[in-house]
Design a protein around this ligand. Sequence first.
Ligand code: SF4
Length: 706
Amino acid sequence: TSRAATGTRTTETHCPYCSLQCGITMTAGDRPATLVPADFPTNRGGLCSKGWSAAELLDHPERLTRPLVRARPGDRTSPLVETTWDAALDAVAAAVTRTQLRYGPHAVGCFGGGGLTNEQAYQLGKFARVALRTSAIDYNGRFCMSSAATASIRAFGLDRGMPFPLSDLAAADVLVLVGSNPADTMPPAVQHLDAGRERGALHVVVDPRRTATARGADLHLQPLPGTDLALANGLLHIALADGLVDEAYVAARTTGFEEVRAAVARYWPDRVERITGVPVVDQRRTVHALARAGRAIVLTARGAEQHRHGTDTAQAWINLALALGLPGREGSGWGTVTGQGNGQGGREHGQKADQLPGYRKLADPAARAHVAGVWGVDPDELPGPGVSAFELLDALGTEGGVRTLLVLASNIAVSAPDARRVASRLGDLDCLVVSDFFLSETAELADVVLPSAMWAEEDGTMTNLEGRVLRRRHALDPPPGVRDDLQMLAELAGRLGRGAFFSDDAETVFAELGRASAGGAADYSGITYDRIDAEQGVFWPCPATPDGAPAHPGTPRLFTEAFATPDGRARFLPVEHVDAHEPTDADHPLVLTTGRVLAQYQSGTQTRRSRSLQLIAGSPRAELHPDLARRLGIRPDDVVELATRRGRARFHATVTDTIRPDVVFAPFHWGGGSSANALTDPALDPLSRMPAFKLCAVSVTRVGGP
Ligand code: SF4
């Protein structure tokens, strides 16, 4: 029952949580494993409380160490009981075969996650198309990065969250953070911001809450949620009126500016103040500072992007950055702050409904031919594009929908919008299979639960928020009875008669991923594990070079010469503010926005089980302004019920003047009676299919004392 422990050894690897991918040094062998921060370029010796606590969970008593199946197969009211891997995988293969014989190949689906390694994400996409031959696959990054990714591809022809290295943040003279709160979400990143501040850089934060990041900034713009697009258009209006546009850059490197010029003409500063609540004087100060700076960066994140018009909102900030001549210059540009640990790599290798590895389009015949060649299958065998995450989940168990679902690294019963509706759909499945480390709220609903290896127990690569491909290194063996998802998928493929197509060795899978991505936008073909080890990561694109030629150095900074569009120019696109899709009314008079707290991560499957993190952020708390609290008779720590058109959830009240009086904030890391996503609206952005997590109408009622 003991793990392989051949003395103590140290391993350089990375934190399992967010996209900063802080470097850590693990010591393992003599249990329990411990970790300390490493001096890696992203964190330079820093870690946040989540990273410090990460080793705690490896030996957590609730860790799943045996596959589980229902005591009475098919009856989810019967308890989950332990079984063998052979029996569990046989049950999954039988369910897949039964469903596909009855309903066709697309009735079996896969749902992945941005926490999977590149190799696992690639393998899952290939498993769906080659072993299951289904179009039904998408992943939780659809709920996270899809708006910014769509906007980036539309404007620049390529999506890499930050098209420049993190170190550029310190080089910028002006930094505008829109809906981004790194002081709470990724504190070690703040040292890059502080380095700029020490040089005299001006920092502006755009956020409806006066977050820790906003408190540290020179200027805080506090717009009503859902009005960031109007603010960006308004800043561009001022730039045009005040002669701040970089006309030479616009003429040389962009197309489409005249349409945008016309579109922003109506965004007069006083109108923008009425829409957003941001004073004209602050609008002027921001855009003049941006235009005067030698180097300036605009970063957007989920606060601006998780909206019904998230793609257009990101585009509005890209339009502003282009008009000021920022993208493609050192220490300048527009970027988005990716959230999940492998949120970047997770969206490049084929987990998305419409994509093949290397960011290739599944609908593109040349892309299909290339990838099918690497996979050794006929291109005509590959299914076409499927539907996006929420659409896939909302059709579970229905005519034409998925009947058997395999979920990896995702707790959709907590993280999906309108989460109780999604949980109910999961109940309609013929078979739900969940691979996870713990019995998450989604795993609790499953027919088969497969215990998967945790970060320190597996090999692979992750791609961080800068596009730097990193090594996740094996530091210790998993508990007996636990398997890596690569191994699980290979064994399941074998049971479906496609085992010859799948390796369970991470480095072998990475080499194949490189070949599949060769020539695509996210080209990894020149990256090897040895190079990552030697160079502290390699930035993509990094194409392979012919034998004897020097290796490609990787690409820390994109767009310096040309954008990735057919004509090499970035595309301006006119975008318009639209009023909130779910207006407030007498029954729901306030605006709800959701987000993160420092000591929790995503759906909380891991961090809610960490004793040290529970001491910091153990209970879900909603934030209300003192004026609102007084009006509703709510005192600090009272229990309040938030109600929207979808459901109700309870939180303890934090009364704080850091939030607008017309807005309520709730964190989304909890399920059950405190599920913020029981409240959220699944209205989808028409372009990216991003749900509107950041904005819906809500009422607040006091239901009890502290
Ligand atoms: Fe670093 Fe993010 Fe991990 Fe915190 S959660 S230690 S910021 S990688």
